[in-house]
Design a protein around this ligand. Structure first.
Ligand code: ZN
Ligand code: ZN
Length: 192
């Protein structure tokens, strides 16, 4: 079996100083909001946005150090005007990945192993024990194969066989009970 480090590890190492300051901001906000390890952490400390799947992503820019001459327009008399612009590079990191890296360790993207001489790639996810995609509390995160992550979606705490166990709030249980009941109903909405 081969473990393959995800690119996020090198992104963190390259921008460690900057990302540690960002993480410190998150920790200060956790203290300000009096959140604990049991609570879901879900807030914006600035420069954060949700991606299309609703995960928090943090974006920042770095100056490359190079200066580039660039034409920006024309002067009133019609003559061409050029100006020197600094060059910036855009970077982004998922806040759950950063949280996991800070508190738990390296992130693996895929693990490959051989079965009957065929190489099989197994996708690894940073998975939410609390089933809230927007949460970045590292105590609610684990790393596991994609199919295990998916199996948590329909888990009830009372019969959870996952390791580590799913974390569910009362709201989750009642919501999931409703989903479970509606899954038992037939197309006409009647219980079978
Ligand atoms: Zn959570
Ligand atoms: Zn479970």
């Amino acid at each position: 079996m081969m473990e393959q480090l995800a690119p996020v590890n090198s992104i963190y190492n390259e921008h460690k100083e900057h990302l540690d300051i960002f993480w410190e901001k998150i920790c200060q906000e956790v203290i300000r909001r009096k959140l604990s390890k049991e609570d879901c952490w879900d807030f914006n400390v600035g420069s954060m946005e949700h991606n299309e799947d609703n995960y928090w992503r943090y974006r920042w820019q770095t100056e490359t150090g190079e200066k580039r001459q660039r034409v920006v327009g024309k002067n009133k008399d019609g003559s061409q005007r050029t100006s020197i612009c600094k060059v910036y590079t855009n970077h982004a990191i998922f806040v759950t990945h950063l949280a996991y890296l800070k508190k738990q360790g390296p992130v693996y993207s895929t693990r490959r192993h051989k079965r009957r001489d065929k190489t099989i790639a197994l996708r690894y996810d940073i998975s939410h024990l609390c089933s809230k995609r927007t949460c970045f509390n590292a105590s609610h995160l684990t790393q596991e194969p994609h199919n295990v992550n998916m199996s948590r979606q329909k888990c009830f705490q009372e019969i959870c066989l996952h390791s580590p166990k799913c974390i569910q709030t009362k709201d989750d249980v009642s919501k999931q009970l409703q989903e479970f009941i509606s899954s038992l109903a037939n197309d006409n909405g009647e219980l079978m």
